[in-house]
Design a protein around this ligand. Structure first.
Ligand SMILES: C[S@@+](CC[C@H](N)C(=O)[O-])C[C@H]1O[C@@H](n2cnc3c(N)ncnc32)[C@H](O)[C@@H]1O
Length: 428
């Protein structure tokens, strides 16, 4: 396999790599191909025979890491010396729906993992002249890829609550000389305080590491327990499936049953947004008055507002818009949503925007709601959201389209008139 790129002083340079079908020991294989004179190694991202069923049991819940740990190579080696090969069994253009859907999920998982490792290129085989679904999967992945990681002077490259961090970002954190030793010291002292000497064999303290990343705080806790001669059981909760591969490798190879790796339980476990068209001259005028000097004169209409709704006339009953569940009933489903809602409005009136409400199930039968019809009695800390429209609109029947994908767009139609709005933050 060969790749061309700029060499020293801008001259073209061809690098050649060795493609291997199966790489059980990635560090050893990399050393071997380097000794053979190759510039890089082309290795499978996942074991080529490890087919992953995203829908069917038992393979869907097979325990253990899904692939090798990123810790087997330094970040800069993944970045410069490895080309990741997509599993040969992946067929996103299969005419069989089950194969196609499973392949879509596997392709996404492998491309996500390649991005997490930071490999400079991915190799995949085309199965024929027409691969539209593969092309769509690749484009979707490229569109979803985070932008430039480090931008000086921004101190933090990404949003770990929202984005999944890359392996190299964790590697940078983990070089911190203070944080982990201070945590270790804190856990050590805490264990000594909580467990008296006479209970050290029987009292097992539970340590939860929430957002465990690649596990440095788990290791700090285990070291602290050894130093203190106290017993602990650690639960490592992490949402980034790529970092979970690293945690599961640690667990399988080092930690054993003393540590459990969890994907976490989300409370709430589901939520649904609701929308209702409304007329409110007061709100309209207040939004109009939010004009700011350095922004577009109508920019204030391009953002939603959290408001306590008082002076308004609701033109039709709220209707459900988007629902999200955790965990997803279908893991291959993404978080984009599209919805068209139609509101029958019996009068000709002015439409000034839409009220947004939500209902949520926290856990089991425990719920919260700010939808007027089901509002949780006495709850006052959550207000509706208001999506303004700039133009007053004589409306009889309203058609509303919603779309949410790394941002939200709203658009409404009444008769022949169409108005579009958008804003840039994502959310349900
Ligand atoms: C800044 S990193 C710290 C990682 C690790 N604890 C360390 O000290 O190196 C924060 C981690 O929290 C994870 N995280 C963020 N929100 C989470 C959630 N709701 N549930 C589980 N993990 C989450 C992120 O994926 C990320 O791995």
């Amino acid at each position: 396999m060969a790749a061309a790129g700029p060499g020293a002083a801008g001259t073209a340079r061809v690098s050649s790599g060795r493609e291997l079908g199966c790489v059980p020991e990635v560090a050893a294989a990399l050393g071997a191909v380097a000794r053979q004179g190759f510039d890089f190694l082309c290795a499978p991202l996942f074991h080529p025979r490890h087919r992953r069923e995203f829908r069917l049991l038992p393979a869907k819940e097979r325990p253990g890491p899904q692939t090798r740990s990123d810790l087997l190579l330094a970040g800069r080696d993944w970045n410069t010396l490895i080309v990741g090969k997509v599993s040969p069994w992946i067929r996103p253009d299969s005419p069989l729906e089950a194969v196609r859907r499973n392949s879509e999920a596997a392709l996404q998982q492998e491309l996500d993992f390649a991005a997490y490792l930071g490999v400079p290129a991915v190799l995949l085989a085309l199965r024929g002249p027409h691969c539209p679904n593969l092309a769509r999967g690749l484009c979707a992945h490229l569109q979803g890829a985070p932008g430039v990681a480090w931008s000086d002077p921004a101190p933090f490259p990404a949003q770990p609550l929202m984005d999944n961090l890359e392996s190299q970002t964790y590697e940078v954190f983990e070089k911190d000389p203070i944080k982990y030793s201070q945590y270790q010291q804190a856990i050590y002292k805490c264990l000594l305080d909580r467990v008296p000497e006479e209970e050290k064999e029987t009292n097992v303290q539970v340590v939860l590491v929430l957002g465990a990343g690649r596990g440095p705080l788990v290791n700090a806790a285990l070291r602290a327990a050894r130093m203190a001669q106290r017993r602990i059981r650690v639960f490592a909760v992490e949402k980034n499936p790529n970092a979970v591969v690293t945690l599961e490798s640690w667990q399988y190879e080092e930690w054993g049953s003393q540590v459990a790796v969890l994907w976490g339980v989300s409370i709430p476990c589901s939520y649904t947004s609701f929308l209702a068209p409304l007329s409110s001259s007061k709100l309209y005028n207040e939004v109009r008055g939010c004009r700011e000097r350095d922004r577009h004169p109508e920019a204030q209409f391009e953002t939603p507002y959290v408001v306590r709704l008082h002076n308004f006339h609701q033109l039709a009953a709220p209707q459900p818009c988007f629902t999200f569940r955790h965990p997803k009933p279908d893991p291959s489903e993404d978080n984009s949503r599209y919805r068209m809602l139609s509101f029958p409005v019996g009068v000709t009136t002015a439409l000034h925007g839409f009220a947004g409400y939500f209902e949520t199930t926290l856990y089991g039968d425990v719920t919260l709601s700010i939808r007027p019809e089901t509002h949780s009695p006495g709850m006052f800390s959550w207000f509706p959201i208001f999506f303004p429209l700039k133009v007053r609109l004589g409306a009889d029947i309203l058609d509303l389209q919603w779309r949410c994908r790394q941002g939200r767009r709203w658009c409404c139609r009444s008769g022949a008139v169409r108005h579009r709005r958008r804003f840039g933050t994502s959310g349900p």
